[in-house]
Design a protein around this ligand. Structure first.
Ligand SMILES: CC(C)(COP(=O)(O)OP(=O)(O)OC[C@H]1O[C@@H](n2cnc3c(N)ncnc32)[C@H](O)[C@@H]1OP(=O)(O)O)[C@@H](O)C(=O)NCCC(=O)NCCS
Length: 259
């Protein structure tokens, strides 16, 4: 058994593990994570195979995000996820990162609780269809994201590709294995968020995932009015110093793996 950094040659095996778990990340997403975090994407190798993964995305020293905690089914219950998480948390501590957060599945939650994570709030994955008439977008978003998120994630935002922007907001979208992904969506008010979401959904008539804070009433209502329904609930958890952004500005998360 060996814990080592993931490289681009691991992408097919890592993708096979996330697909087998029914997750939405593509090979392009894995490549982006390795590009963004070349020293903090870890794999556990066992019997010559990639058996488990865990990724730490660092947003400066203020915050880091744990994602892609996966163990291939035949290697589960051997302590691999726990060992990888301990490694990832050691990296965060060595780097002096003050807060570590993640979005926990039901399977993951007890493991994180034992490692000192505490619940922050529920996040909800909604599923719906795109299409419809787009909205006209004008203006520039301004510097909203760091305010909304609570830390500088501009490197991630740049890597997610071109955004749709308007006065007081932006939205991004990307491909997924099971559905396209809408988010992050950050806006000054619900009217701007509505225009951004309509413009994004008009670009593809297929299925979309859209993650929101379960307690953000305007975001939940906007998702529902757009024909989206909750399909999963996860628990956002943190370890270290409590840190919240201006979450009223957040109409769509960047993804469970990014925050
Ligand atoms: C969750 C998951 C990563 C656990 O991987 P694993 O390598 O089997 O986990 P470990 O063997 O390291 O177990 C760690 C601890 O969690 C416990 N645990 C493992 N799977 C569990 C489960 N399904 N339910 C409850 N507890 C579980 C173990 O008993 C162990 O407890 P301990 O630390 O007190 O000894 C794996 O089941 C998986 O890939 N699931 C699908 C994807 C997922 O939900 N990932 C979590 C994302 S937040």
């Amino acid at each position: 058994m060996l814990i080592r950094p993931l490289t681009t040659t691991d992408i097919p095996a890592a993708f096979a593990i996330s697909c087998a778990a029914g997750w939405n990340q593509t090979e392009t997403d894995w490549a982006m994570m390795i590009r963004l975090n070349p020293e903090t994407c870890f794999g556990m190798e066992c019997e010559g195979e990639l058996a488990a993964t865990a990724v730490l995305t660092c947003y400066g020293q203020r915050l880091a995000w744990v994602g892609m905690v996966l163990t291939a089914e035949r290697f589960q219950r051997r302590g691999f996820a726990r060992a990888l998480l301990e490694r990832v948390l050691l990296e965060a501590d060595v780097r002096g990162i003050r807060t570590v957060k993640l979005d926990a599945t039901e399977q993951g939650e007890p493991i994180y609780a034992r490692l000192g994570f505490v619940a922050e709030q529920r996040v909800e994955r909604c599923l719906g269809r795109g299409g419809g008439a787009g909205a006209e977008l004008t203006g520039v978003p301004g510097d909203l994201d760091a305010r909304a998120f609570g830390a500088d994630r501009s490197a991630l935002v740049r890597n997610l590709g071109s955004a749709l922007v308007c006065e007081g907001g932006f939205v991004q979208r990307r491909a997924g294995v099971r559905a396209r992904y809408l988010g992050p969506c950050v806006a000054e008010d619900v009217a701007a968020a509505g225009r951004l979401v309509r413009a994004a959904l008009a670009t593809d008539a297929g299925l979309w995932f859209w993650d929101v804070f379960a307690e953000h009433r305007d975001a939940v209502a906007l998702a529902s009015e757009s024909g989206f329904a909750p399909v999963r609930r996860l628990m956002r958890m943190y370890r270290g110093k409590p840190l919240r952004g201006e979450e009223s500005l957040v109409y769509g998360l960047a993804g469970f793996e990014f925050g």
